[in-house]
Design a protein around this ligand. Structure first.
Ligand code: BES
Ligand code: ZN
Length: 756
């Protein structure tokens, strides 16, 4: 049941399915397991004034009298029960666009179908792209993309009838930020990829969910890259890989493939390990085998399992049939099984070898927490780039791929080896730690590193701060070099810097001196980039630079920079007159800065803007900004609205999450969550409730941290048990960082960054 308000503010309802993994059995009797495939014929008796869609085309409509009608749909193609779908309500369709002759339509509540144009162009491109990549035509005779006003997931890949939350499908290209457009393209392409990976060929059982989700994530990235190369999608994927590595470095991680014995365990599989780690290891394999070889293996796999099911071993077998062996000692199966069936990943230490021209690589499992680390080994494809002396002694750059299978191995690169980059390109799912000399050479040549390589350098160093191997002082020195000397402009590198600054801010005692010092630190890091970018968008600049400008202003604005606050106020005055007069990539920074400073009048204005928003993104922006106000009576209003029906249940857990992550309101929000836990558990989708709880990873205040640990020792989320363990462990890591670094950090801030 999805509730929403129509254009006149009247209450409306709409019915929608979302069966994955195992809710089809709650709607009709069936063999509700992915390996039982069948053709499904849907017939619906509904009110005369409503419309309905399902997996296949409508073939017959019969008036039944008494205000009812019977709708009969054609039989679907052969598929698993979790893919059955029907949507009933007052809905309208866009005009179709055709992909290889197949009509694609966007369906929405009345009056919104004009917001579907961007999604349609992404859908058309990707459907045609996938048909060619997989050498398999799209198997159905229509594709409906349906925007649901209140939807538990982001989107669901029902065969030929894909459902989405509105923000993931409907967008106005005139007012959306680059991030928002990219999100719509990503979701549409991800779900379209499922038409092949998931719907056409399905994992046999939920333990193999990654065969669906990792591939959809991976293929969406490939399709986006093909569609808009200037979006640099794979650079953006660095951040996602980083998120997976964060979870996968915990004791409470799990292997990508994991036994599933009941519905909650199946639900628990939809996480970063399945999606992002899965995608990352596919990318690693693709770059190791070569894109064409990899593709032919995938084509082979889909052809073999058309309208059927498959296991991980079938995928490797299909690849091995067509890809030439790369080593006598190991096969694709052996190589990849170390990534799919083992939890965690290694850190590779790089040392100069006594053998001239060689480096010694050593792998050890990476963990944030000290303790007994299992001695796990992986087969690692390692991409190397080295400077050696070439013919006639001139320095030459060579690239090489080696396979590290033992704990430690020495590899020859060439005479007069002067520097080496390990994990060149940055696609490997491991961290790198250089011996001091080699590290210095990498830093000396930082200008020659790719964005992905710089990302890993920073991300790995920050991980080693969190695990206690590197001091915050050394980390900040390196960020200083990167931002001020190298003049970093990569948005993804900055996302690590931002995240680390937020954490340092959380562990620093809150007082005016520290706030001033932290702002000066942030200005130091953001200043060079902002000066280069300037506050006004430049003609012909890349979308990432436009995004970065917004990110930097947001950072400074929320750290209390008076100049940025002034900018936000001035810009908002213009926005009130004409929304389109403000750079779409800066609106988020403007809104967040104002909310951070805002009083009751500002709050009321944002509530009104949310309620009268004309796009899902605008509504979402002002809704989520409510969580950034610092006044406790305003936070109380926001929290109350999250359980009284004012905020839709698809959004409420994420709003609460943000109030919990707001340092000023964390304590209050956590008390509220404890007092209303049962109610939230009954109102919110379980996946939302679990994501809400992720906020505890930032709750490092002394008393609130203890309460959070105690609370989650006795309370849990169905299907989110594993995730909660991971959050609690992450909180522990943050607390250790605070213990270890608080004193030195304060000295550093007060000596180097205090205003004089
Ligand atoms: N198959 C999932 C939907 C799903 C999610 C079903 C969780 C059951 C539990 C769908 O393809 C999906 O992955 N949706 C994502 C968005 C996607 C672009 C990553 C989502 O809902 O967040
Ligand atoms: Zn998916």
């Amino acid at each position: 049941l999805s509730r929403y308000k129509n254009a006149d503010g009247g209450a409306e309802v709409m019915a929608t399915t979302k069966f994955e993994p195992c809710d089809a059995r709650r709607a009709f009797p069936c063999w509700d397991e992915p390996a039982f495939k069948a053709r499904f014929k849907v017939s619906l008796v509904i009110d005369e004034n409503l419309n309905a869609i399902a997996n296949a085309r409508l073939i017959k409509e019969t008036p039944l009298g008494g205000g009812k009608k019977l709708l009969e749909f054609a039989p679907s193609i052969k598929m698993s029960s979790y893919l059955v779908a029907y949507v009933i309500g007052k809905i309208e369709a866009s005009e179709p666009v055709f992909a290889d002759g197949v009509p694609i339509r966007v369906w929405t509540v009345l009056g919104k179908s004009h917001l579907g144009a961007f999604a349609l162009s992404a859908a058309k491109f990707s459907l045609e792209y996938f048909a060619r990549y997989f050498k398999q035509p799209y198997p159905c005779d229509k594709l409906d993309l349906v925007a649901i006003p209140d939807f538990a997931s982001g989107a669901m890949e029902n065969f030929a009838c894909i459902t989405f939350r509105e923000t993931a499908l409907l967008v106005d290209t005139n007012t959306a930020s680059h991030t928002e457009l990219e999100r719509v393209a990503e979701v549409v392409m991800h779900e379209n990829a499922h038409m092949w990976f998931g719907d056409f060929t399905t994992m046999s059982w939920w333990n193999g969910l990654w065969l669906n989700e990792a591939f959809a994530t991976f293929m969406a990235a490939k399709s986006m890259h093909a569609w808009k190369p200037e979006w640099n999608i794979w650079d953006g994927f660095n951040v996602q890989r980083g998120v997976a590595m964060r979870t996968d470095g915990l004791c409470a991680t799990r292997p990508i493939e994991f036994p599933v014995g009941n519905p909650d365990e199946a639900r628990g599989m939809f996480d970063v390990l399945t999606y992002q780690k899965g995608c990352a290891i596919l990318r690693m394999l693709e770059l190791f085998l070569g894109e064409d070889e990899f593709q032919s293996g995938i084509v082979n796999y889909l052809e073999k399992h058309a309208f059927g099911n498959a296991d991980t071993s079938d995928l490797w077998a299909a690849l091995e049939e067509v890809v030439k062996p790369f080593s006598k000692a190991i096969s694709i199966t052996d190589l990849m099984n170390t990534w799919v069936f083992q939890p965690g990943y290694p850190v590779v230490t790089v040392a100069e070898s006594v053998v001239s021209g060689s480096v010694t690589l050593k792998q050890t499992i990476f963990r944030y927490m000290e303790g007994n680390l299992p001695a796990t080994l992986w087969h690692l494809p390692v991409h190397l780039r080295a400077t050696v002396s070439g013919e006639n002694g001139k320095p030459t750059v060579i690239e090489k791929v080696v396979l590290l299978s033992k704990e430690s191995e020495t590899f020859y690169l060439g005479e007069n080896l002067s520097s080496v980059v390990v994990n060149s390109g940055g696609h490997g799912f491991y961290r790198v730690q250089y011996e001091t000399n080699l590290r210095q050479k990498v830093l000396d040549n930082i200008g020659t590193l790719t964005a992905g390589e710089r990302f890993n350098l920073v991300n790995d160093l920050w991980a080693s701060v969190q695990s206690g191997q590197t001091s915050v002082r050394d980390y900040l020195a390196m960020i200083g070099i990167l931002t001020c000397v190298h003049a970093e402009l990569d948005i993804n590198v900055f996302s690590v810097i931002n995240a680390s600054l937020q954490i340092l801010r959380r562990i620093t005692p809150r007082d005016d001196d520290n706030a001033g010092a932290l702002l000066n630190l942030a200005r130091d890091f953001a200043g060079t980039a902002l000066n280069k970018l300037t506050v006004k968008a430049q003609a012909g600049e890349s979308p990432q630079h436009a995004q970065l400008r917004g990110t930097l202003l947001m950072l400074l604005g929320t750290f209390g920079d008076p100049i940025v606050i002034k900018w936000a106020k001035k810009t908002y005055a213009q926005y009130k007159v004409d929304k389109t007069s403000v750079d779409t990539n800066l609106v988020g920074a403007m809104v967040e800065t104002l909310a951070n400073q805002g009083d009751t009048a500002q709050y009321d204005e944002f509530v009104a803007r949310k309620d009268t928003a004309t796009t899902p993104q605008e509504e979402q922006r002002f809704l989520f900004a409510l969580a950034s106000f610092r006044d406790s009576s305003l936070a109380a209003r926001t929290l109350a609205d999250c359980i009284n029906g004012a905020v839709r249940t698809q959004d409420a857990p994420f709003v609460v999450r943000n109030v919990l992550m707001n340092a000023t309101t964390a304590r209050q929000a956590f008390d509220f969550v404890q007092a209303n836990w049962e109610k939230m558990a009954s109102l919110y989708p379980a996946s939302g409730l679990s994501r809400m709880c992720e906020a505890i990873t930032t709750m490092v205040g002394d008393d609130v941290a203890d309460d959070a640990r105690a609370f989650f020792a006795t309370n849990t989320v169905k299907g989110g048990e594993k995730a909660l363990k991971q959050y609690v462990e992450q909180l522990g890591i943050a607390l250790q960082l605070k213990q270890r670094e608080r004193g030195d950090l304060q000295d550093l801030l007060l000596s180097a960054y205090q205003d004089v």
